[in-house]
Design a protein around this ligand. Structure first.
Ligand code: SF4
Length: 439
């Protein structure tokens, strides 16, 4: 979501004459768009500001804005602690950045903009064209979360659930497609909680997917991140009926133990999670799943951990994320007693080894098979092209022809733990000779 937000911030400031630079010391305005999910996110911000100060030691100081979830969580405190920061802007207020820049320039004072103004934000953004032209692009459709998992800061930093009107999303998707975008990943902290009411009609994520599926130039649709309790029947039907919806779903489970899920306030049991997986496999037999895992949540026993390993083996998750539990200030779980660090480290290694074995086996299964790849860009060495297959695997192919934006079959002849490698596979045309019978 930060990638989407950063691109939209650029769209907002372009009319003011700003453009991006890869050389930080050239910047007139430095925007640090932050994420609060990982541990020590706040420390990283101050570290980055320290680095910036050194770069500008002999130059005029740039305007420095800290945006995103760390800005939301820390707000006024950041301005007090670090004089080098000129403004803090929460994730629901970044539409105001042009006016914030002007105000800081005129008044030379510090600014804090951390209200939850999500409706105003999207109303504002709708009037500004999305200029993103990457072959695979993100599109935010929903923000915020009402689930309040006990370990998570999102409900406090992004605010309550909000869904953008369906028509606005389709209009933005059409802009992206006109820019050359071929794949759209619909984004939301709780993307499948998407729901809007238009007079008597309710629109859900499935309605949006069906509408996007009809847009001819769009080749692929994905969505992330989902919560199991919002995987509804209509969404499962979208997986059955929408050919452009890719057969891989990131469905975080966090733990394989219903007891731990209850302690986390995840609102579902392992049996319910497994039923969703079964239902999806029934309508889409080739579908694969990825997940997030928290290892060593307070009160997790060896038995709970074993259940997580068993679940991983049972579902064969691909491309998953795993972390040792670390408390986030202000969350209910931050008040619980953490379990021994050595135990959690050992558990994490065990879990990651299992995920890696499954990952390697899954990649090995592609050997000598063809897989459909959407090519996204030329790689730095200028000889190879990078793309992704339907299951989100990275695929690398050498080619003299420009493959960017093409959807092609690739025959896989090698792999490593990150990527599949292969050659473009063109099916030989079978030629039939018809000898007309001369009478
Ligand atoms: S559902 Fe996701 S975003 Fe919401 S509180 Fe839980 S982990 Fe955080």
């Amino acid at each position: 979501m930060n990638e989407y937000d950063s691109n939209r911030i650029l769209d907002l400031v372009k009319p003011m004459g700003y453009t991006t630079t890869d050389i930080a010391s050239d910047a007139d305005c430095y925007v640090l768009n932050t994420c609060h999910i990982r541990e020590k996110a706040t420390d990283k911000v101050y570290h980055d500001i320290g680095r910036l100060k050194k770069e500008f030691r002999n130059k005029k100081k740039p305007m420095v804005l800290v945006t995103g979830c760390v800005a939301q969580a820390e707000n006024e405190e950041m301005l007090k602690r670090e004089n080098y920061i000129d403004g803090v802007v929460g994730p629901q207020s970044y539409h105001k950045i042009p006016s914030i820049i002007e105000k800081i320039e005129i008044s030379k004072s510090k600014l804090n903009s951390t209200d939850f103004e999500v409706i105003e934000k999207f109303d504002n953004l709708n009037s500004i064209k999305n200029s993103n032209s990457k072959i695979s692009s993100f599109l935010t459709i929903q923000e915020g979360c009402d689930k309040f998992c006990h370990f998570c800061v999102v409900p406090y930093t992004r605010g309550p659930e909000y869904s953008r009107p369906l028509g606005d999303i389709i209009a933005e998707a059409k802009q992206l497609i006109a820019n050359g975008v071929k794949e759209i990943t619909l984004l939301g902290q709780n993307v499948n909680a998407y729901q809007t009411k238009n007079q008597s009609t309710t629109h859900r994520l499935s309605d949006l997917i069906f509408k996007l599926n009809d847009l001819e130039e769009l080749k692929r649709i994905r969505y992330t991140t989902s919560h199991p309790v919002d995987v509804t029947k209509d969404l499962i039907e979208a997986h059955r009926d929408c050919d452009k919806l890719m057969p891989v779903l990131h469905l975080p489970v966090q733990s394989g133990s219903s007891k731990v899920l209850k302690a986390m306030n995840r609102k579902h049991s392992i049996e319910e999670y497994f039923k969703i997986i079964t239902d999806l496999k029934e309508v889409k037999p080739d579908i694969k799943f990825s997940s997030d895992f928290i290892v060593g949540y307070p009160s997790e026993t060896e038995d709970d951990f074993q259940k997580t390993l068993e679940l991983i083996e049972k579902i064969s998750f691909i491309n998953s994320y795993s972390f040792i539990y670390s408390p986030r200030p202000g969350t209910p779980a931050s008040e619980l007693v953490c379990i021994d660090k050595d135990i959690t480290k050992k558990r994490l290694i065990k879990l990651q080894n299992l995920l890696e074995n499954i990952n390697m086996q899954s990649k090995k299964n592609f050997l000598n098979q063809t897989t459909e790849v959407l090519f996204e860009n030329k790689m730095k060495d200028q000889k190879k092209y990078f793309g992704r297959d339907r299951f989100l695997n990275s695929v690398v192919v050498e080619s003299k022809k420009d493959l960017t934006g093409q959807l092609l079959n690739v025959r896989i002849d090698n792999f490593n733990h990150n990527s599949l490698f292969g050659k473009i596979f063109i099916k030989e045309k079978k030629i039939m000779q018809l000898n007309k019978c001369q009478r």
